[in-house]
Ligand binder design. Sequence first.
Ligand code: UTP
Length: 264
Amino acid sequence: MKIRTAVLPVAGWGTRFLPATKAVPKELLPIIDRPAIQYAIEEAVASGIERVILVTSEHKRAIEDHFDISSDLEAILEQRGDIEHLRAVRAVADMVHLVTIRQKEQLGLGHAVLMAQDAVGHEPFAVMLPDDLIFGPTPALAELMSAYAATQASVLGVMRVAPADTNRYGIVDPDATLPTSDEGRTIPIRGVVEKPDAAHAPSDLAVVGRYVLSPKIFERLEQTPHGLNGEIQLTDAIHTLAQEQPVVARHFSGTRYDVGSPEG
Ligand code: UTP
C-alpha cells in the first residue's frame, strides 16, 4: 500500500532550547532562511507524501499559521509589487494538505502518534520528527519509503553512532538470521534497545526521527504502559511490534543534524 500520510508530532515543550522557546515553538526557529519544520515538510513533499498531520499543542498555534494563507501580508506585498516575496509566502501555504490535531496533555511521543490514529486510518504511514534535519542526495524519507515498498515491513531510519553515544539513542538489534538488502543498508531487526551503554548495545545503529509504520502500531501504543512522567514511548511500542511483524532498519544516506538541541 502506498504511503500517503506523514505524522509530525510537534507538541513537546522544547525545554532544551529555553529561553528561546518560551513563546516561540522550537520548530519555528530559523535555520538559514526558513523555519526548522519547513525542511521536514519539504522532505515529505519531495518523498511523495500527500497529507501531513501535525500533532500540536496549545502553545504551537504559530506553526499552523506559518503554513496557512496570510491574507493581510499577501495584500501588502501585492500592493507594493513585491512579487518575489508574494510567491514565496504563497508557496509555503500551498506546499501540502495539512491536518492539525491537538495533543491536550504532553504524554510523550508515543501518545502524540496515537492522537493521529483516526486521521491516519488503517494504512501504513510515515512519522517524521522535525528536530532531525537530514540532508543528502535523496530525501531520507523517500529511502525509507522505498525500503517499505520492497519489504512491506515497518521501517526505522537509522544512522551509525560512536560507541560513546549509544546511550543517547534507541539502538536497533539486527536479526543476523535474515538477509540484508540495498547493499547492506536495509537490515531486518529483532527490536530496539533504549539507550544502552556501549557494552550492552546490540549494534551501532541509532534510530533517528524518520519512520514508516504499520497501522498495527496504534494497537501496540494503546497497550504500552505509561512510563516515566506518565509518558508513552514510541520505541517501546515499536519493540513490541517487532515481535509480531517484520521491522527493518534503513541506514539512510544523508547527514543528520539535531536542531532540537543547541549543540546540534
Ligand atoms: P523531545 O524528546 O525532543 O521533547 O520530543 P521536546 O519536548 O520536543 O523537547 P525537550 O526535550 O523538552 O527539549 C521528540 C518529538 O516528540 C514530540 C516533540 O514535539 C518532538 O517532535 N512530542 C514529545 C510530542 O509531540 N508530544 C509529547 O508529549 C512529547
